[in-house]
Design a protein around this ligand. Structure first.
Ligand SMILES: *Cc1c(COP(=O)(O)O)cnc(C)c1O
Length: 379
């Protein structure tokens, strides 16, 4: 490649991959778990010995992730949870961690339990109060600031640049769960983050058929080396076929995210002020508390995720959900098929999520069909 091309072009062409032996423009799936040695007992293929740590099918997906996030190095994991857990399990008992009160439900639940057993010292902060993070970070004490933006499922926006400054002034590391924003819209490393985490199950793969996670590091560090050792030793990795499907899915990431973002904005605008709704939560709306920060750190859209707060209680919310015919009633997000979910029913009575909140993941369908479906269901 003589000319420097944009991320979109590089990703669409799988970093301009061409197999040197066959000329194929798509890489092979290497299924082997082990790698041969020669008579001198040297590895025939260079450094690879066993696929828990050295799977060649990971190479292109990891290089694409580094390119997407502008990072030093990327690692694939078996799920988003495994990727996040690798960061927390690389901390030491007694380490202080600050995390948002509202965040991906599964991770918050695991973190609270794990911290108790591992002896991590956790402090939650309120992402809706711009000064609260400042109050919770302890200079010289805090080791990790974990944030998620936009935050699931209220889509609160956290100022990444501000969080990075607070974390670094205190001597802490900033990690960002950027699953919802995707590297198409936000690049946390450019804004000062040290580690970016993704549930690659969602937008990165984008087709609802792979469970995977990823971490991308800004630079090499002691924590990052511990994360790498952790993955190599515990084997929290996807299989070859899943890694291969992920590089395939990522090739259309820019198209999918830009379509989903523009449809989500159209839906949010269409239904804002609807008499059937108490409010619409979407960072792309001027009425959203995080809109100004979102405009600064999200480029080209505000993601395909939004929530409706229906007028009424959980029964009204569930009635609305039950009438949808195009939106599919299912959990997860970031796929080409639009999903609708009543989060409170999933999370249960301990959930901080309002009972009238309905979460929408906007897919690749025609936006007119999605709007018509929501309209008939709200009527
Ligand atoms: C889904 C999700 C996760 C967990 O990822 P899995 O791949 O399901 O393990 C973490 N964070 C966010 C924001 C998610 O949406």
């Amino acid at each position: 490649m003589g000319r420097k091309t944009t991320r979109q072009t590089d990703i669409a062409q799988g970093l301009h991959y061409i197999d040197p032996e066959t000329g194929s423009v798509i890489p092979p799936v290497v299924a082997s778990t082990t790698f041969a040695r020669d008579e001198q007992y040297q590895l025939v293929g260079g450094h690879r010995s066993y696929s828990r740590d050295h799977n060649p099918t990971f190479d292109l997906a990891e290089q694409m992730l580094s390119r997407l996030e502008g990072g030093h190095e990327a690692l694939l994991f078996s799920s988003g949870m495994a990727a996040a857990a690798a960061v927390f399990q690389s901390l030491k008992p007694g380490d202080h961690v600050v995390y948002p009160k509202v965040m991906y439900w599964g991770l918050r639940g695991w973190l609270l339990e794990f911290a108790e057993r591992w002896g991590l010292n956790l402090t939650p902060f309120d992402a809706t109060d711009p000064d609260d993070l400042h109050r919770r970070v302890q200079p010289g004490v805090t080791r990790l600031v974990w944030i998620e933006t936009p935050c699931n499922p209220t889509w609160d926006v956290i100022d990444i640049e501000g969080a990075a400054e607070l974390a670094h002034d205190a001597g802490a590391v900033l990690a960002v769960d950027s699953t919802v924003a995707t590297p198409v819209l936000t690049r946390p490393i450019e804004l000062g983050a040290d580690i970016v985490m993704h549930s690659a199950t969602k937008y990165l793969n984008g087709h609802g058929d792979v469970l995977a996670g990823a971490l991308v590091a800004k630079e090499d560090s002691e924590l990052w080396r511990d994360v790498k050792t952790h993955r190599a030793e515990t084997g929290a990795i996807p299989g070859s076929m899943d890694a291969w499907l992920l590089q395939r899915g990522m090739r259309t990431l820019f198209l999918r995210v830009s379509h989903a973002s523009s449809s989500a904005l159209a839906i949010a605008r269409h239904f804002e002020g609807s008499p059937a709704l108490a409010s619409v939560a979407y960072p792309g709306l001027e009425s959203h508390a995080g809109h100004e920060v979102a405009k600064r750190q999200m480029h080209g859209g505000f993601s395909g995720m939004l929530s409706f707060l229906v007028n009424g209680d959980e029964h009204d919310a569930l009635r609305f959900v039950s009438r949808c015919q195009v939106f599919i009633r299912a959990t997860s997000l970031g796929g080409v098929e639009s999903l609708i979910e009543h989060r409170y029913s999933i999370e249960g009575p301990d959930s901080p999520i309002p009972k009238n909140l309905v979460r929408l993941s906007v897919g690749a369908e025609h936006v007119d069909d999605l709007i018509a479906d929501l309209e008939q269901a709200l009527r």
